[in-house]
Design a protein around this ligand. Sequence first.
Ligand SMILES: [Mg+2]
Length: 377
Amino acid sequence: MPPRKIIHIDMDAFYASVEQRDNPALRGRPVAVGHGAKRGVVAAASYEARAFGVRSAMPSITAMRQCAELVFVPPRFEVYRAVSRQIRAIFERYTPLIEPLSLDEAYLDVTADLRRLQTAFATAKEIRACILKETGLTASAGISYNKFLAKLASSQRKPNGQFVITPEMGPDFIASLPVAKFHGVGPVTAAKMQRLGIQTGADLRAKSLVFLQQHFGKSAAWYLGIANGEDDRLVVADRPRKSSGSETTFERDLTASEEIEAGIEAMAADVWAWCENAKAFGRTVTVKVKFADFHQVTRSRSFSMAIARHDLLRQASVELVRTVLPTAKGIRLLGVTVSNFDQAPMNASDELPLFDAVEGVMPEPDATSGATPAGVG
Ligand SMILES: [Mg+2]
């Protein structure tokens, strides 16, 4: 079989770029999308802000310490969603095989080459040009023969660039790559690999499946596969959703109750924006908490009627998280999910802006702990 042609498109500093596009006074300035209040969290940072070390999922207080002239802009999810739909419409000119990872990221399978552009590189270039022309925003692209490599490739020439990893280049590219950069290898696994003398893709490849199974169980085959540049996962065109959730892994563990509650409120706002847009209101809200030691708990509450107001969702979410507060253990991840919809979401293709671009199919037990909050990269 000839190699597949996969493109990973990733908008550059998406929310922040939209804000700078719509407000010229913000251009060239360090911008954080999020609430600058004492309990706020940065949802996205412009490149000017990143130069100061400001990152998404960082508490606003920390961000302000990093950068005194940081400008906070409240998020406008409805605008981001509208832009996301515009981008989606551009993708559809090139392929029906579109798998969104978040509002600003998607995999495209362009093996069929509907536009007869000959190479996926040319297709990616045209898509990025259309995005710029029609939205005024830049995107980066990674092009390769599987999803794993395409995603790695898209970060190589950021912002406003693209990079291809051919089947010939794949094995060498992975050989020199630190394992911590592998999608699906979280900090805990990376540290464990390092203790076993595995620093790079080449080190990983040199180990036997049996050895890796002893240390990593079921994930071993996946690790060995990607170390050899093999990833058979298909680009799955989006399917109807049964639940909708948002979660964030924080840069540093949260311990203060008010910070944790603020984090949950931000997740609830995110989920609410999706519910409103999709006109889908669920009866059950679930809060997920992952502690610094990776112990994880979920708390759920179901109502007799759909949660059809933002304040109800926020209140229920906060009450659920309070059942684990105060906590002496730090919290590394918070999530809110709504499920039990009265009717199927109308706009099933609208994905939530997951700040962690986490893929459900990863066999990795700490896949949700990716070192970089990627979704808004
Ligand atoms: Mg991005």
